[in-house]
Design a protein around this ligand. Structure first.
Ligand SMILES: Nc1ncnc2c1ncn2[C@@H]1O[C@H](COP(=O)(O)OP(=O)(O)OP(=O)(O)O)[C@@H](O)[C@H]1O
Ligand code: SF4
Ligand SMILES: [Mg+2]
Length: 415
């Protein structure tokens, strides 16, 4: 056992090159995630949570691209296996995923890293039975481990199947009996009643909650080290949501799997996570243990999110909107100041220079990209309340043009 992080992400930047200009969706994200922990990522819509997850998996699609950063994954066997071929990608027990050839990186999806999506219906191929699709995932992983070759899967356009496209021959029409039996076991493990019968049904015959469980089963087929769950329960009603979360908790404690949990729901974070990172405008603006971030948040954005939730433990503890717009992520409209300044009730003169991430004293691992992490609010240097009301200043600060056309996406929180 080692205390070294399982994942070390540094300086991760992901851009979309659109007709309107360069969109800085992920901006200098640094994260360290420990083996077996549940790390939560929260933030408004459009803050870069999903793109961060896709960047980790090497799944950002055109016109997007990871433009900078390193993603180090600790896996001694993998490191030893590729050190001869790609020495640049290896440092001790760590492998830099960014430097792996695509062929090798694809073999890690599903086997070492897996993903659960928000919408189970679009994650399964409607024309195949659920059992077949989970069995395909089982086979994909077995083949990936044995032989990292590129061929297609029949689930490749759907959810996890997208990530497994490399490993199952497109000419194969049937999966083996052994894989089917494993699929039934997995369905049983995630609490699907009558799994033998249910395995023969198609996705439309499942309820939303059952299909979500089936998606978890599919994601677990390759016994991944890291499960990325992007809004895994958003589409479910409260009771089913609780069941799926309990399922994830149980599997996590049984397998010691690491979970990166992306959610709008602070109740879910409070219930599941060991540590949490708060994202705003493509950056992690505050991070720390659940207790540090929830009980003593220092970034006014985090305070705003938490302050607006009356009962965090409650199942309805969803993030609420904070006054103002999320800033435009278009590169030429992003200001040099703190990105939150125009919405911040405590903006000071210092905040017109972009703050670095600062460690909160006496709270190891707790940090925030805000001057208030280390200094008290200085009323004497506070910016006037109408500072950003000047049309020119406001346009630069919010990405809203002077004729009032919003450049951002409105910052919905409760979608
Ligand atoms: N295909 C794309 N083309 C252009 N820009 C994109 C694309 N996908 C994402 N973006 C940009 O990246 C930003 C971050 O998107 P992302 O999907 O990561 O947000 P999110 O935090 O997951 O939001 P939500 O909570 O709504 O899922 C978006 O605001 C958008 O500007
Ligand atoms: S750096 Fe300044 S403007 Fe930004 S969140 Fe902190 S106090 Fe507010
Ligand atoms: Mg998202």
């Amino acid at each position: 056992m080692t205390d070294e992080p399982l994942l070390k992400i540094s300086g991760l930047e992901t851009r979309f090159f659109t007709e309107e200009g360069q969109v800085n969706a992920v901006e200098s994200v640094d994260l360290e995630i420990a083996d077996g922990e549940v790390f939560g990522i929260v933030g408004e819509s459009g803050s870069g949570k999903s793109v961060t997850a896709l960047s980790l998996l090497g799944m950002v699609e055109s016109p997007g691209r990871v433009t900078a950063g390193e993603i180090w994954y600790r896996n001694a066997d993998l490191a030893a296996g590729i050190a001869g071929d790609v020495p640049d990608a290896v440092d001790g027990d760590y492998v830099n995923l960014q430097k792996l050839p695509d062929r090798v990186r694809r073999t890690l999806r599903g086997t070492h890293f897996s993903m659960v999506f928000q919408d189970p219906m679009s994650s399964f191929n409607p024309s195949l039975t659920v059992g077949e699709q989970i069995a395909e995932a089982v086979e994909a992983q077995q083949r990936a481990r044995a032989n990292p070759r590129s061929v297609a899967s029949r689930t490749q356009g759907y959810g996890l199947g997208k990530y497994l496209m490399s490993f199952v021959s497109s000419s194969r029409k049937y999966v083996t009996q052994e894989s089917r039996e494993r699929a039934v076991e997995l369905l049983e493990m995630v609490g699907i009643p009558d799994p033998v019968l249910r395995a023969e049904e198609h996705p439309h015959e499942y309820s939303g909650g059952m299909l979500q469980r089936a998606m978890v089963a599919q994601a677990l087929a390759g016994e991944p080290d890291v499960l990325i769950a992007d809004e895994p329960t958003t589409a479910l009603d409260v009771t089913i949501q609780a069941q799926v979360l309990d399922l994830l908790s149980r599997i996590q404690s049984e397998t010691g799997m690491t979970i990166l949990l992306i959610t709008h729901n602070l109740g879910v974070v409070a219930r599941m996570c060991d540590r949490v990172g708060v994202m705003y405008a493509g950056e992690v603006v505050e991070r720390g243990t659940l207790a540090d971030v929830f009980d003593s948040p220092v970034h006014p954005y985090t305070q705003g999110l938490l302050g607006s939730v009356p009962e965090i433990e409650g199942a309805s503890g969803r993030l609420q909107p904070i006054a103002g717009n999320v800033p435009s992520l278009l590169d030429h409209e992003m200001p040099d100041r703190c990105y939150f300044a125009e919405r911040c009730p405590k903006a000071m003169e210092a905040c017109l220079t972009k703050p670095a991430e600062l460690d909160v004293p006496d709270q190891p691992g707790h940090s925030a990209a805000c001057y208030l992490a280390t200094e008290p609010f200085d009323e004497a240097t506070a910016l006037p309340a109408d500072y950003f009301d000047d049309p020119g200043t406001a346009a630069r600060a919010t990405g809203v043009s002077e004729d009032g056309v919003p450049a951002g996406d409105g910052g919905e929180l409760n979608d």
